[in-house]
Design a protein around this ligand. Structure first.
Ligand code: 4NP
Length: 177
């Protein structure tokens, strides 16, 4: 349909594209360590930037092992020491519908990226990025801390805090154009 006709048919109540919140989904394997950490950190950054109404944040896992569970206690503990509260979060599995719902679908590592590429409708695959694309440090993945020690959870926090700043900068410039 051509632009003029489409504009006439658009319901008056439908918000303009710029009024819709930007929606960000962080994705790891279990949705109990890395992606809830990223969700908690980015939610806080968005709040501090005064953009809570304009940017929505969620997380999910490519696997189904931990659906309905709270974040791993080690992730909660490490996050709480830096002032982030992960306690309200519960694990869920990513779905193909997430690709139409979200503007950014951000994978933590190559394993998750491959799973997400298989799930993504072809017309939505451009929404898929690595979270580390937004890092300032040249890292290329957020390593899985599940089978390791506490230092792994600190490293996840370091990476998602850094990437979160870069992501927020990009979204801010998109919101102001
Ligand atoms: P996440 O970590 O993907 O960062 O939530 C993991 C959590 C659970 C498992 C693997 C990774 N697991 O094998 O159960």
């Amino acid at each position: 349909m051509r632009e003029g006709t489409a504009a006439r048919l658009k319901p008056a109540s439908e918000p303009a594209a710029s009024d819709r919140p930007i929606k960000v989904l962080f994705v790891c394997l279990g949705n109990i360590c890395r992606s809830p950490t990223a969700e908690g950190v980015f939610r806080q950054l968005v709040k501090e930037a005064g953009l809570a109404g304009r940017i929505e944040v969620d997380s999910a896992g490519t696997g189904d092992y931990h659906i309905g569970e709270r974040p791993d206690p080690r992730a909660c503990w490490a996050a709480s020491r830096r002032g982030y509260d992960l306690s309200p979060l519960r694990a869920r599995q990513v779905t193909p519908d997430d690709f139409s719902e979200f503007d950014y679908v951000l994978a933590m590592d190559d394993l998750n990226m491959r799973a997400l590429k298989q799930l993504a409708p072809p017309e939505q695959v451009h929404k898929l990025r690595m979270l580390t694309d937004f890092c300032s440090t040249g890292e290329c993945s957020v390593p899985d801390p599940y089978a390791g020690g506490p230092q792994g959870f600190e490293h996840v926090l370091d990476l998602v805090e850094d990437a979160g700043q870069g992501l927020l900068r990009q979204i801010r410039s998109a919101l102001s154009t």
